[in-house]
Structures are given as structure tokens and as C-alpha cells.
Design a protein around this ligand. Sequence first.
Ligand code: HEC
Length: 200
Amino acid sequence: MKRHGIALFAPALFVLAGAVTNADTPVSVPAAVSASPTTGPAYTAEGRLKLPEDYREWVFLSAGLDMSYRDMGATPGHSMFDNVFAEPTAYREFVRTGTWPDRTTLVLEIRGAAEKGSINTQGKFQTGDVMGLELHVKDTKRFPGGWAFFAFKGSEPAQQIPTSADCYSCHQQHAAVDTTFVQFYPTLLGIATRKGTLSH
Ligand code: HEC
């Protein structure tokens, strides 16, 4: 089924898939290195990061509601949720070691928060509007500091945000583990604390 999907999407891969299919003995791919489309970051020839379209099937780390830590974000009367997702292989490695392996991708998805809708009388729920999609990618061969930030508008591949942007300095100075805000990810904070991987 998987092979089918790949063949339909990318004719170049069809050749590869064909080669595997034609082999007499079945080829078993170890789970840890299986060529799942989401295990590591993927780039265009120009070096733009491709959006991992299935990030909504990744591991959910946390939701923040109306958090305020930078000037550009919150407009008064405009309520937003932040949802953070980790690519599953990277997540499992974090659980094992307390820090992120090379080729980790983390996604921050910003959604509108609404109060009025259906039977709701109190509190806020998330709406269908994705108001921002930001990625934090660890790729030590590609980025001198190890990590890079990207902001997506729709699903078009995104250019790296220049390292002079405040994304880098704030994450560097305030984030709990390897420039990521693990202090706000409840299931990971305990792991990092036990493994002794917290910064400063
Ligand atoms: C003033 C501090 C600050 C600045 C500037 C900042 N961030 Fe963050 N970022 C945070 C905090 C706090 C969190 C975690 C809480 C949340 O938003 O859910 C976070 C989380 C993230 C995450 C989730 C993964 C992780 O690293 O923890 C991404 C992706 C992200 N930010 C991208 C960006 C991008 C892109 C920029 C620049 C355009 C940026 N941030 C600028 C403070 C900052």
C-alpha cells in the first residue's frame, strides 16, 4: 500500500520501488531507518524546507493559550492557541536520551481561539484557521548553529529565517533543552530533568 502511494506521487521513486519489488527475496527495512517521508527534514534543490504535510499525525507536545513572549504576536482581543508537534522518531529519541537527535523537526501551529460556537458557554476552543506555521529543524550538516527556523505560508517550501532574527536569540537564551522550550512541554520536562539535559 505504501509502495503504491509513493509510486503515484513520485515517478523517480517508482524506479526504486520497482527494483525492490523485483528482488527475489523480500527486502526488510529495519523500522529505525525506514524511509518514511517524515523522518527527517526534506529540502528543495534551492535549499527551501518542504512542509511535512502529515505533521498533524506527529506527537503532540503541548498547547499554549494566548502566551505572550514577543512583541509581534498577540493583538488585543485576538485569542490564539499554539500547538507544538514533534516528529515521532525524534520524540522517541528524546524519551530515551533527554535531548533531540540530529534531523529533528518541531512544528508550532498557531490557531484561532473562539468562545462562541455550538453548545459552548465558557472557555475557548480551537478553530479551523491556521494563523501561523513555524518549524524548528536540527540539521547539523546544514546549519552552522545546528538548528534553523522556518515560517510557512500555506504549503509552499520555506526559506530559512536569517540567523539575525530574534527567533534564534530568544530560543538560545531562554529555552530549556538545546534551544527548544521543553519547560512548556509537560511530558518532556520530567524526562529532561531526570536525564540532566536542561540548559544552565
Ligand atoms: C521572545 C522569545 C521567543 C521568540 C522571539 C521566538 N520564540 Fe519560538 N518559542 C518561544 C516559546 C516560549 C515557545 C514555547 C511555547 C509555545 O509557544 O507554545 C516557543 C516555541 C517555538 C517552537 C516550537 C518548538 C521549540 O523550539 O520549542 C517553534 C517552532 C518556534 N517557537 C518558532 C519560532 C520562530 C520561527 C520564531 C521567529 C520568527 C520564534 N519562535 C521566536 C519563544 C520565542
